[in-house]
Design a protein around this ligand. Sequence first.
Ligand SMILES: [Zn+2]
Length: 259
Amino acid sequence: MPEGDTIHYAARRIRDVLEGHVPDLVSTPHPRFGRDRWPERLAGRAVRSVDAHGKHLFLRFEGDLVIHSHLRMTGSWRVRDASPPARTPATTWLLLRRGDREALQLRGPVLELMTESRTRFDQRIAGLGPDILAPELDETKFLRRLREDDPTRGIGDALLDQRTIAGIGNLWKSEGCFAAAVDPWRATGQVSDDEVLAIVHELRPRMQASAADGRQSRWRRIYNAAGRPCPRCRPPALIQARGQGDGNRPTFWCPSCQH
Ligand SMILES: [Zn+2]
């Protein structure tokens, strides 16, 4: 699942290829970029930095230009050897090559070239909550945003709101509530600050490890495990799954040991 850790891991790999360098090749094979002239606009510009905030990835070029990417449910980043040349998948939206390595963004769906100043005013970006993967998480701001939100919303659903905290997706929402033994269906107003922070503190080291090595699946204990025995309960209860929130995103939980 492309969640915050997936995007931070991609940023790390792309950084190794491009940061501090002018790409040898910038190409936008997808027809939707036909008239956008990215190769011309980015020609000769070095990549100053590659960073992520939550699920958003930014390639910052010299001269105030930024490539902004968000993968939603469908997109992906791939970093690979460019020699010998491999076939470029038909779903490639962006290809950046330097030396014998290249980064590809596949299947969009948010990929745009914008000015640095626009990233500071665009509400999709400027309105993001603190990044759960930040070296120092701003817990005060996170809790303030959470308490400003609808207190009747289930805590699992509330943690998906990127304006409250950025980077948690469906997998980590379920795993975090399970790790902290908090019922994801409990109304946020009935969940204490300590309980909310316990969820986030369970998640941070797991997500940081996944952001470092890309091995997200080794942390999966209950996600997509509906009907299987709970890994914690003795005797085992069964993991449940049900859609939650406006997006009806499946939530996994153990009704026996999460309260
Ligand atoms: Zn259980």
